[in-house]
Every structure is written in structure tokens, then in C-alpha cells.
Design a protein around this ligand. Structure first.
Ligand code: ARG
Length: 409
């Protein structure tokens, strides 16, 4: 008998991917290798997940700790790029998929698998990201998306199939939200949140205090950066991974880091999304403030445009792409100078940057001061403004205020 084809599955331990472990064996006659990535999600003990896949007949199952690599190779670039999709969302789900995809492809090669399977639905962004990343890393691998393709469309039919095939099903029927979490924060969707007028219920938040109940006294934190990446908190040197965990604690207890937004998915759907990313938002704010001190005006203007482009590129699944790598090359140059300290006060859900310093600071006291020691040559301003405003003068004479062509008339 010929060997069965092998498939590597991105496995979470939940109902959908557990049914998939069995479904791939029963319906597709494949050998399943289940991979559970530790990207810093709330579930810390992955050994039971690994075992659960084996119990359901997977030929191999691995729990892989991806946290350090995730922080050092992906989140560091996210911080460089001040990455926020539609100006708000710090991309947490979009950032974890590329690292998981990379491991899925590597492990497929190790096991001689020809397929990769994932448990994403057909309506979300994550299917787009997984599959786009996998195609970029190894176009010869074939992809299976059982949840998108199977006919177990309702939860009841899925539960029935699971019971018939010995897949453990959750005892309670209600699964109020769809949650995706990792080092960079939590995404909460579905359930009552699907009505955009419903206030998010208090129980969706687990990383942040309710700002109304936070201490009235502000807390101050100093975040140190080297080359655009956080390297210390309150003077204590630590890895990026630890900086994120520490920043989560500090911002979380001060009620900072909640987002409730309408977001435009890649597949054309507007969706209501709640996110909790206290550490991510604190570090991003600190980073951007430090850039204002260390980068010149032209570079800041250019980088702001590239930041928007970077976020959109990564959101749409193009982590492994020429465009993202090219923008990161620009960032690698600019970030050489983003070194220094930012002091931030946190209070009842708000944050306020109140101190900045850097060995590469472009702030020149002698140019800025209105006191003693001023070195700015004011005599040059008059001539400068005459030339600077020349186009306004010309416009005004020909089309502007008082001209025949003025639209207001
Ligand atoms: N809307 C967010 C994004 O596309 C979050 C997705 C969360 N995924 C999930 N399976 N709940 O990045």
C-alpha cells in the first residue's frame, strides 16, 4: 500500500481544529502532523494540546515556542513601522500568522508533507494571510482549508460530526466571542459585538483594568530604545519579549490599551473589532515620540506615508513580500538613530509623554530658545519668507482672493 499523503495542520486545540485532525484522516485519508505554536497566547500549557492531537490519531504533534523569534524578527519591525492598520489597529493577528506559517512550511519539509491545513473560516483575513505567506515560502505546497470547504456549516452539525467520530466537544454550547491572542495583544469579535450599537460587555477585557476603577494617582514609566527597539523599562535592561510583558502589566493596570473599532477586512466586509493591546500601544506611542526627536522633518513626513503602507501590506497578508522588505530597508536606515529614553505618565486609561532624550537628538536648544544663548540668525528670516511665500503671492494675484476666477463669488 502506498504511503498516505501527509498534511501539517495549524492546531489550536479548539473544536474546529480538533474536528479537522479527524476529518483529514477520515475524509482525505491523510496522515496528520499537528503543530501548535506558542506565540504568547493566554493558554500557557500547550502539552495537553499536543496530547489531544495524538489522542485523535495525529501521527505527530509538536508544540513550538515561537515567542522570542516572533518578538525579535516580527514585532521589532512592527515597532519600527509604528504599525497600525487604518491608523488604529496594531495588527496583532496579522503579525502572528507569518511566523506560524514559516514553522508550518519548515515542518512540512521535515516530515515530507505535501499539504498544509488551517482552521480559518472563509470570511476572515487569517485565511488570506496563512495562504499568501505559505505561497511565498513554498509555492509547491498544497493548502487545505476544511472549515471553509466542508459542509459542517452550523455549529450543531459540527458537534454532531465530532461526537460521531470521537472528537471531544465542549460541554457548554455557547461560545460568546471569537478570540485570537498572542504577545502583541488580544482580538475579540462576534457575539453581542456584532451589533455596533452594543457597548462591549465588561467580561471581554482581561488584560486591562476598567479605566473608571484605576488609581487616581498617575504612574510614570521610562522606556529605553536602541536602534528603534525597546531595550529597557525603568532603567532595567531586558529582551524585547520581556519589555512587552512588562509594558502589558504597567499599561494594563492603568487601564490603557482598549480599542473598539470598525475595521475593513481584506475580503470587503466591515467588521466590529475589539482589541486589548496595552503593552503594544504603550511601546508604539513611546517609539513614535522618540522618532519625532531623532528624525528630521523630511524623513518624518516620508516615513509617516511608508508606515501607512507597511501596515496595509502586512494586514493584507504580504509579510513575505518585496514591498514589506523594501520599507524595512528604509526603516533599518532611519532606526539607527532612534535611540534614547521616553518618559510617560499613565493615568486612568490615558497616557502622556512628558520627557524625551537621545544621544542623536536633533533638538538644538540654542536654535529653539527664546532666552540667552540664542544662535538662530533672525536676519535671514525676512528674505527666506519672501521667497517661501512667492507662490502664494502669485496665486493671490492671478486666481486668489479678489480674482475673477474665485469660486466663492
Ligand atoms: N480582525 C483582526 C485581523 O484580521 C483580528 C482577527 C482575529 N482572528 C480571529 N480568528 N478571531 O487581524
Amino acid at each position: 500500500m502506498a504511503d498516505k499523503e501527509r498534511v501539517v495542520l495549524a492546531y489550536s486545540g479548539g473544536l474546529d481544529t480538533s474536528v479537522i485532525v479527524k476529518w483529514l484522516q477520515v475524509e482525505k485519508n491523510m496522515d496528520v502532523i499537528a503543530i501548535c505554536g506558542n506565540v504568547g497566547q493566554d493558554e500557557k500549557d500547550l502539552s495537553w494540546i499536543k496530547q489531544k492531537a495524538l489522542d485523535m490519531g495525529a501521527i505527530a504533534s509538536e508544540a513550538v515556542d515561537m515567542r522570542k523569534e516572533y518578538a525579535d524578527t516580527i514585532l521589532s519591525k512592527e515597532i519600527w513601522a509604528n504599525g497600525k492598520y487604518e491608523g488604529i489597529y496594531p495588527l496583532l493577528s496579522a503579525l502572528s500568522r507569518p511566523i506560524i506559517a514559516k514553522y508550518l512550511v519548515d515542518i512540512a519539509h521535515q516530515y515530507g508533507a505535501t499539504y498544509i491545513a488551517h482552521g480559518c473560516t472563509g470570511k476572515g483575513n487569517d485565511q488570506v494571510r496563512f495562504e499568501t505567506c505559505i505561497r511565498a515560502l513554498d509555492p509547491s505546497l498544497k493548502i487545505l482549508a476544511p472549515v471553509r470547504d466542508w459542509d459542517l456549516t452550523t455549529r450543531d452539525s459540527e458537534m454532531k460530526w465530532a461526537k460521531e467520530h470521537g472528537v471531544p466537544v465542549p460541554t457548554s454550547h455557547d461560545k460568546p466571542y471569537s478570540i485570537d491572542d498572542n504577545l502583541w495583544g488580544r482580538a475579540i469579535e462576534c457575539g453581542v459585538l456584532e451589533d455596533t450599537w452594543n457597548e462591549p460587555p465588561a467580561d471581554i477585557w482581561t488584560m486591562t483594568e476598567n479605566p473608571e476603577n484605576c488609581p487616581a494617582d498617575p504612574e510614570t514609566v521610562v522606556i529605553g530604545f536602541e536602534g528603534g527597539v525597546p531595550t529597557s523599562i525603568n532603567g532595567k535592561r531586558m529582551s524585547l519579549l520581556d519589555c512587552i510583558t512588562e509594558a502589558d502589566e504597567i499599561a494594563g493596570r492603568n487601564g490603557f490599551g482598549r480599542i473598539d473599532m470598525i475595521e475593513d477586512r481584506v475580503v470587503g466586509i466591515k467588521s466590529r473589532e475589539c482589541y486589548e493591546c496595552p503593552g503594544a500601544m504603550l511601546l508604539l506611542e513611546a517609539h513614535h515620540s522618540l522618532e519625532t526627536l531623532c528624525l528630521d522633518a523630511e524623513t518624518l513626513r516620508q516615513k509617516a506615508k511608508l508606515d501607512v503602507e507597511w501596515a496595509s501590506t502586512v494586514y493584507r497578508g504580504f509579510w513575505y513580500s518585496q514591498n514589506r522588505e523594501a520599507i524595512d530597508a528604509y526603516n533599518a536606515y532611519t532606526q539607527k538613530y532612534v535611540t534614547g529614553d521616553i518618559r510617560i505618565k499613565l493615568c486612568k486609561g490615558g497616557i502622556f509623554v512628558d520627557g524625551l532624550r537621545s544621544p542623536y537628538s536633533l533638538y538644538d536648544y540654542h536654535l529653539a530658545t527664546y532666552d540667552e544663548g540664542d544662535t538662530f540668525d533672525k536676519t535671514a528670516s525676512d528674505g527666506f519668507i519672501k521667497i517661501h511665500g512667492l507662490q502664494s503671492k502669485t496665486w493671490s494675484r492671478i486666481q486668489g482672493p479678489g480674482s475673477e476666477l474665485n469660486w466663492d463669488k
